[in-house]
Design a protein around this ligand. Structure first.
Ligand code: CU
Length: 122
């Protein structure tokens, strides 16, 4: 039983050593188009601006209506000239309320996620 506490304390030291990383900046959603709560006309894509660059892998934007049908059209892409901008095309959106669920990869490979809703009015 002597090695148990040794391993634990090594792990604890590892956690302490890593904790400054947890404080480092991660991409936060700064704004979007459509914006949260907006009554949009006929959006053809969803654009999400983050507080810092995001990695071009493992990103996700889903656009779902009240019964869970998906309206995103393909995979999201990081903008070629602004790596803090992620967008995805959407299918034609009937009037209604939609939820955008996003997930992005930070430079340190941590995943950030969130969601917001907007409406389409005609
Ligand atoms: Cu991180």
């Amino acid at each position: 039983m002597k090695s148990g506490p040794t391993i634990l304390s090594a792990a604890a030291i590892g956690l302490i050593a890593l904790s400054p990383l947890a404080a480092h900046a991660h991409p936060m959603l700064v704004r979007s188009n459509p914006a949260a709560g907006e009554k949009a006309k006929e959006p053809i894509q969803i654009s999400l601006w983050f507080s810092e660059k995001i990695e071009p892998v493992f990103n996700k934007i889903e656009v779902v209506d009240g019964v869970g049908a998906h309206f995103e059209d393909g995979k999201p892409t990081v903008d070629a000239s602004d790596r803090a901008l992620l967008h995805v095309r959407v299918k034609q959106l009937p009037a209604g309320t939609y939820r955008v669920r996003w997930r992005v990869s930070a430079a340190d490979s941590h995943k950030m996620e969130g969601s917001f809703s907007f409406q389409v009015a005609r």
